[in-house]
Every structure is written in C-alpha cells, then in structure tokens.
Design a protein around this ligand. Structure first.
Ligand code: SF4
Ligand code: ZN
Length: 270
C-alpha cells in the first residue's frame, strides 16, 4: 500500500497535477479504480472530495451510489451526488430517445456535469481514476486510426482553459491489477459488476491484445504509453492552436454555438 501511495504521489508531482493547497474533486463511480484514487489522495494529505453521478441505470446505479456514500463516510470526506434523471434524463431513457450508443451519451454527459459542478462548487481540479490499462488501450486505438486530435489530448493533465476545469489522471501509471490489489488490501468495498452497457466496448479487444503483449514482454504497456508522452505528443502539441468558444445557452465551453448537451436537452424536451 505504501508503494502504491508513493507512486501516486510521484505521478502527481511529475506531471505537476496539483498541490496540497488545491481543492480537488475526485470523480467516483463506485468501482475500485476511482475509490482507490480517492483514498490514496486523502491518505497522502490532499484536499480531495468525491463526486458521483447517478446515471439512472437501474440497480447498477442504485448500488453504485450507495457504495460511494458509505465510502465517503468511511474516509470522512464529503461526497457530492447528482442524479442524471433530475438534470436531463436517465441513460436508458436518453439511449432510447436519441438512438445513440449509451456510452457515447454517457461520456458527453459525465464530462459536462463534472466540469459544471466542479466550477459551481469551487474546485480547481477534477481527478479521474483512469489507469494504465485504460490509457494504453485508448492510445492503441487512436494510433490505429491515427487520430491526431485525440492523440494530442491524450495526456495525464488537461490544463484549465476556456471554461474547462483542469483535469488529471493520477493513476495513469498504475495497472488495473495494482489498483485492485490496493483496494483489496485496504478492505475496501467497491462495485465489482460492470455497467450493463459496458459489453462490447471496442477498447476491450485492445486491452486483450495489450495484455497478451505484456505477458510476453513485461513492461510493454508502460513503455508504449510513457514513450508516447515523452517523444510523440510534444510534436503534436506544437502545431495546435485552436481556441474554443462558449455555448450561447448555458455558457459552458463548446466548439459549436450551442453545446451538445443543450441541443440534447432541447430535443429531449420536445
Ligand atoms: Fe456510461 Fe457506458 Fe460506462 Fe455504462 S459503460 S457507465 S453507459 S460509459
Ligand atoms: Zn450548453
């Protein structure tokens, strides 16, 4: 556990994510990664509170919220909770109305409300529990499509800019296994079931491929990810200089006149 926490701390320092004076909002789903992150930050003396979005996905969401609430009591830090059904509509409702994959809607909405609430509540940084397996699988898939915009944005720190709160991934060097072990050793209660919509996500096949490579040559994942950050990403960043505008309706950052969530809200309310 000490090793884990030291490694989290050195990652925070290496990428200059935040300091002990910053108020940090940790996005928690109820799974092991985000709860491990929250606990490690608190134990390291950071000023970190939790934020949970109830997605309205039946029993899965009910249990997730309960687990987050009891974890918040256990570590003695406040948890902010919002309910998607009250803000706009639940994920299953939206999926049906929009005829779009649940995960793409869910990703947009999570990003939007996380940013909005962090600003409202006065937090300077949003921390998420993305691990090395997530980051290297996403990198793999973006490399397969040579998606330069996505590749450019793939960094453990996204600075505060144009209405976006700073976003960080302090577990980007920890594998899923290491997070699970830390959670287990802490006697943590977390949600083991996957979201019912998680099946069939394309990242799963990339994760499998990388796991196979890792087995044959340990360290592959970490090298793949870190060498990208060190050698390739700086080249991509150099040529980027795009600035975002703000949504005419809600004032959140957006690349179009009315942001994706406000357009969605309008369609849903028809
Ligand atoms: Fe949202 Fe998809 Fe993750 Fe479920 S699997 S929580 S729908 S992004
Ligand atoms: Zn908007």
């Amino acid at each position: 556990m000490e090793w884990f926490e030291r490694r989290v701390e050195s990652t925070v320092r290496e990428f200059r994510m935040f300091s002990k004076d910053d108020r940090i909002l940790v996005a928690v789903s109820g799974g092991k990664d985000s709860l491990a992150l929250w606990q490690a930050l608190v134990r390291l003396g950071y000023n970190a509170d939790g934020f949970h979005i109830n997605l309205g996905i039946g029993e899965y969401s009910e249990i997730s919220e309960m687990v987050c609430r009891s974890f918040s009591t256990r570590i003695g830090r406040p948890l902010h909770v919002i309910n998607l059904a009250e803000e706009i509509a639940s994920i299953p409702e939206l999926k049906q109305k929009e005829k779009r994959p649940a995960c793409s809607l869910c990703g947009t909405l999570k990003r939007y409300y996380m940013n909005r609430k962090a600003k409202e509540l006065g937090y300077k940084v949003i921390a998420t529990g993305h691990n090395l397996d997530d980051e290297s699988a996403v990198l793999f898939s973006n490399v397969m499509g040579w998606d330069l915009d996505y590749l450019r944005r793939q960094y453990p720190v996204l600075d505060e800019e144009g209405g976006f709160v700073r976003k960080v991934k302090p577990l980007c060097k920890m594998t899923e296994k290491e997070n699970a072990l830390y959670a287990f050793l802490s006697g943590m209660e977390y949600v083991e079931d996957e979201c019912p919509f998680a099946e069939g996500a394309t990242s799963i096949s990339y994760k499998k491929l990388l796991a196979q490579l890792e087995e044959e040559s340990p360290g592959t994942k970490l090298r793949f990810y870190l060498e990208f950050l060190r050698k390739v990403r700086p080249l991509l960043v150099e040529e980027e200089n795009k600035s975002l505008g703000v949504c005419r309706v809600c004032g959140e950052p957006s690349s179009s006149e009315v942001c994706a969530v406000c357009r969605l809200k309008e369609r849903v309310s028809l």
